[in-house]
Structures are given as C-alpha cells and as structure tokens.
Design a protein around this ligand. Structure first.
Ligand SMILES: [Zn+2]
Length: 236
C-alpha cells in the first residue's frame, strides 16, 4: 500500500475514533497519529518518513562537506604522513556510502544529539531518538509489521508522555494509528506476520500492489476514511 493511503486511512480513522470516544484531539495527538501511520514502513528502502526526515538535499550537503573535510584533513597537517592520507581517505569514503547507509548514519548521529540534549524538549527528543535508532538498525521488513511493534510503540508513548499536560491520549493515538497501518497491510498480497515466530500470516489478498483491482480497493479505503471523518467532524 502507498504511504499516502496509509497516512490518510490510519490518521483519519484514528482521529475519528478518538473523537467518537470523547478523547481530546490535541496537536501532539495529531502529530503522533501522523507519524505512527508511516512509522511501520520506516524500514522500507524508500520510506516516506525517512525521506521526509532526511531529505536528499541534506544528504548532498553532507557528501560535499565530507569531501571538503577530507581535503582539509589531508592538507591541514593535523596528522603526519601517511596518516593524513589514511584520515582523509576514511572521512572521504563515508561520502561515497549508498544513500540508504548515509541516511542511517545521519539518523544515528541525530539520535545521539537528541539523547545528549535529552532534557531540553522532554519527551519528544526521547521518542524521536528511539525511533531514529530503531529505524537505522532494524532489518528490512523485520519487526515493524508485528504486534510486538504496536505494543512497543504504545508503551514508549505511554511511559514518556505523563510529563505532558495533555499526554494522556498520545499512546492511544499512536498505537491505534500504527495498528491500523498493519490492518491495512494485512489486506494486501504481501500480508503481515503479526506474531513471529508463530507462522501465522494475515493476508487477505484484497489488493496486490500495482494491479488495477489493488489500487481500486486502496482508493475505496481512502474514500471510506474521508466519509467517516466528514461524518464525525462535520455532521456529528
Ligand atoms: Zn506497511
């Protein structure tokens, strides 16, 4: 399923459900719902969340500055030859890493920085840092599409948000939106394995990516979500 569909369906249904349950819909709750709708796909090579967090332009700037740093290290005389060459090659070679690797490196560095200044924007920095670390180390299509991940994400939000005035509904927004992403994925050809190592696969095969029927089902889901949102927020 497309990232945009996940964004609309998970966020739309989550906020509608919260409104129906009488929960307060705050800006942090909306933000958490939006991030959670895309979070399970963070281990995809072209994850929408990762591409938004670390845009291509930032990677290009990083590459150029690494090459610049390599040239500087070679000429600056900080290390004696041949160590200046070794140092320059080491720094320069990082800039030739494939985009995905480079992104992960940037994410880890940002996570380290967030942990270092952890008290400044409590609890958002902890949440962001944990997400970045997980995103840069999890294997492709691994643990993110399981119920363990829903529980882990919900627990993280639950335990870090009491410090906030209106943090009460954050974990509900997050786990609901995340769970709806998995539910939507279980309708696809690819399906999900919710509780590994138990070899049970949820796969309704209602939509296979790239087919006409698949995109039709996807569109219907998006339309139903919008209808629900209009019903809840405009008519009720
Ligand atoms: Zn997914």
């Amino acid at each position: 399923m497309m990232g945009k569909s996940h964004l609309v369906i998970s966020t739309g249904v989550t906020l509608s459900a919260m409104s129906l349950l009488g929960l307060q819909i705050t800006i942090p709750a909306v933000a958490v719902a939006v991030v959670s709708s895309l979070l399970p796909d963070i281990d995809e090579p072209n994850s929408m969340l990762v591409r938004t967090a670390v845009p291509e332009s930032l990677l290009r700037i990083l590459q150029v500055s690494l090459i610049g740093a390599a040239i500087y290290l070679y000429f600056a005389g900080i290390a004696e030859p041949p160590w200046n060459i070794a140092l320059a090659l080491l720094v320069g070679s990082v800039s030739f890493l494939p985009s995905r690797r480079l992104r992960h490196l940037v994410m880890l560095l940002i996570a380290l920085a967030l942990f270092a200044f952890a008290d400044a924007y409590d609890p958002w920095n902890y949440i962001a840092a944990c997400v970045l670390v997980v995103a840069s180390v999890v294997p492709h299509r691994g643990i993110t599409h399981t119920l363990y991940a829903v529980a882990g994400w919900g627990a993280l939000l639950y335990f870090v948000s009491p410090g906030m005035e209106d943090g009460g509904s954050l974990w509900i927004a997050g786990s609901l939106s995340y769970g709806l992403h998995l539910l939507a994925d279980s309708l696809t050809q690819r399906g999900i394995t919710p509780l590994p190592p138990i070899p049970v696969k949820l796969r309704l095969k209602l939509m296979s990516t790239g087919t006409k029927k698949g995109s039709a089902v996807e569109k219907v889901c998006v339309m139903l979500t919008l209808a629900l949102a209009v019903y809840v927020f405009v008519l009720v």
